[in-house]
Ligand binder design. Structure first.
Ligand SMILES: Cc1ncc(COP(=O)(O)O)c(C=O)c1O
Length: 357
């Protein structure tokens, strides 16, 4: 069976050495030494100032909203993983959707300004599939109306925009380190906080709001990463260049072989790729379903990322209709891409696609 992705598992002996270290130190969570070590290594590797590790990418978003004290309406994209929207709703924030650009698949900045009201507190764009957003245009609007920007950068590990980390833009960027991601810690996530003065608050918020033994000044939660997760991250980080190189080879082959048959995401010219996903857009949903069936018949399971469009979620009020996002959601598939995918398997996938189209 071939799935859209397969978790990268690093060398087990290396991982066991970290487990021995954890046992020897008898500290398995609560900001332990491996979490601190991973924070330091990630800050250096990614080229960011302040990184706070947490237990997943969804809680990273929630902590970002609370750190910035958001309220009211947040302008966001309807084309993303459900957590982008649901994290707003669970924090009593109302998602206001701005439709996407059908080429880049990112929130189209041209659709933002008309949605701003006195109740708007922030913009929450997503670097979809690791493709950097139109950063300057979004910043310009946020500055004009004094809005915060949180980038959901769950897919944008190690993406550079104009030669610096894309995570350095906006007020806060969040990452997901889920097992399916390019870089992972089993479950995990992070906040990249650009204003130094907010880092301490975020650290309190991930630990129940506790400041010290006598004082709990913030309404916090439990969002801590544990030592076993940090150990996995330290191992995967050692191999990240190799992982990216293999994915680049796969992505290049898909692009070469499927060119003209499907549409690929248009990449931001000022940013590099991180090879995290290979989304392809078909001419119609019928065509997608035909390809999907042909692949499924051979035990190959691509994923309909992202489907359905988030403006169709039943719990969103007021109802909003985003035609471009709805249309793309029906016609897009992410093809299998992971380090262990063999050339033979990829050739088989490409052949099935070519035959069905
Ligand atoms: C765009 C986006 N945002 C947020 C998340 C949530 O991350 P996590 O699964 O680590 O909670 C994901 C997860 O895949 C995602 O794709």
């Amino acid at each position: 069976m071939i799935n859209v992705t397969k978790t990268y598992l690093p060398n087990i002996e290396k991982y066991k050495k970290y487990i021995d270290e954890i046992y020897a130190g008898n500290k398995i969570t609560n900001n332990g030494p491996l979490v601190k070590r991973l924070e330091k290594r990630l800050a250096d590797y990614l080229g960011v100032k302040n990184i706070v590790l947490v237990s997943n990418g969804t809680i990273a978003l929630e902590i970002a909203y609370r750190t910035l004290g958001l309220n009211g309406f947040v302008i966001t994209t309807p084309f993303s993983f459900v957590a982008t929207t649901s994290s707003l709703v669970t924090n009593n924030l109302l998602p206001i959707f701005a439709d996407i650009d059908e080429r880049t698949l990112n929130l189209n900045p041209k659709n933002i300004e008309q949605l701003i009201t006195p109740n708007t507190s922030a913009i929450l764009p997503v670097h979809v599939f690791g493709n950097a957003c139109e950063i300057e245009e979004i910043e310009c609007i946020a500055n004009k109306y004094n809005l915060k920007i949180i980038y959901d950068a769950a897919h944008a590990f190690d993406v550079k925009y104009k030669d610096r980390s894309v995570l350095n833009y906006g007020d806060i960027s969040t990452l997901s380190f889920h097992a399916t991601k390019l870089f992972h810690t089993i479950e995990g996530g992070a906040l990249i906080i650009n204003d130094d003065s907010l880092v301490e608050k975020a650290r309190y918020l991930i630990n129940f709001g506790i400041e010290n033994a006598e004082s709990i000044p913030h309404l916090g939660t439990n969002a801590k990463m544990n030592e076993f997760e940090a150990a996995m991250g330290l191992c995967v980080l050692d191999d990240i260049e190799e992982i990216k190189a293999k994915r680049k080879t796969l992505l290049d082959a898909y692009k070469k072989e499927l060119n003209g048959l499907v549409t690929f995401q248009e990449q931001n010219k000022n940013a590099n790729k991180n090879y995290s996903y290979i989304p392809v857009v078909f001419k119609s949903e019928e065509e997608l379903l035909k390809v999907q069936k042909a692949l499924n018949d051979k035990q190959i399971f691509p994923r309909r990322y992202f489907y359905p469009s988030l403006d169709t979620l039943e719990y969103i009020e007021p109802k909003q209709t985003m035609p471009i996002s709805r249309d793309i959601s029906k016609r897009i598939l992410c093809l299998p891409m992971y380090s262990e995918l063999t050339n033979e398997e990829q050739i088989l996938i490409i052949e099935i696609l070519k035959k069905s189209l």
